[in-house]
Design a protein around this ligand. Sequence first.
Ligand code: NDP
Length: 302
Amino acid sequence: MNIFDFYNGHTKPYGIIGNPIEHSFSPVLQNTILQKMGFNGVYVPFRVDEKDMQKAVEGLYALGFEGLNVTVPHKISVMNYLCCIDDTAEKVGAVNTLKRTENGFKGYNTDILGLKKSFYINKIDVKGKKTMLIGAGGAANSAAVLLSQLGAEKIVFVNRTNEKAEALRKHISSFYSGETDVISFDDMYTYEKPDIVINATSVGMGEGVWESPVKESGFFKDINAVFDVIYIPWETKFLNDAKKYGCKCVNGFDMLIYQGIASYEIWHDISVSDETALEIKDALSEYFLKGGKKAVKRNEIK
Ligand code: NDP
């Protein structure tokens, strides 16, 4: 790369707002996309306190930012400072992508688009299927809206905090005509077997890398496919247990890559070709597995 062609007076600024932000993979992801697409832009991380959100959003607009990503804990509060919000993001109730318009930033949710693409490329077909969704936070909200949009026959919600699962079920039922239920973690082992199970909790990452939200691994018998939104470690205990029972197992890496590509597509009003998307994914999975994000494989964990 010739630095003079990429960073000069025409360079367009992009970035991500969160707190903390140091752990974010998005700067690596988005700068890789910018480079692969040959676009003269730069993407930088911003740590922003909740109390400064309005000033930050307005300031970044004033500075000419073309697009932003928003991560934990600002995905909901940022909605107060936008000129408008895309319908799907409104349904999910969270925004992770801002696009510059004449009147301010417009909000989108690309987590749901990344998950949709991951289902598609990994051949997880939820149409007409019984699904179980573990978790009721931001990622689970995206997954629940997607399951409803893709025509799942049934969605069973499981979450540590029962009220949050009930609230998510109520919200989804306002536009989804399929069957829904809320059960506890204790009930899941005796409940009617789902075809597809999604872990949308943070259990299995960070400090709890040896943990799974599913304590009895026999649960996975006769389940067709399982999806874990987590991508560090590459293979969580949840996926490792499911693999032993012959389930199709998919981690959150494709979701992560394709939510980033979807943000780029929204900012630039273009469609990134499948070939380029694969090149981006290959470059980043190499970075990941070489330890760029201190990624560890499950069998390396003692
Ligand atoms: P939230 O904080 O919104 O939700 C966390 C969820 O995990 C809640 O349902 C919470 O339950 C549950 N949970 C947390 N700790 C425990 C525990 N010890 N036992 C049982 N349940 C627990 O987080 P997000 O939804 O934003 O993120 C969840 C995961 O998804 C993270 O690992 C994140 O990295 C990942 N993610 C991946 C993406 C990708 O592109 N692959 C995109 C977005 C997120 P409770 O309601 O009871 O607190």
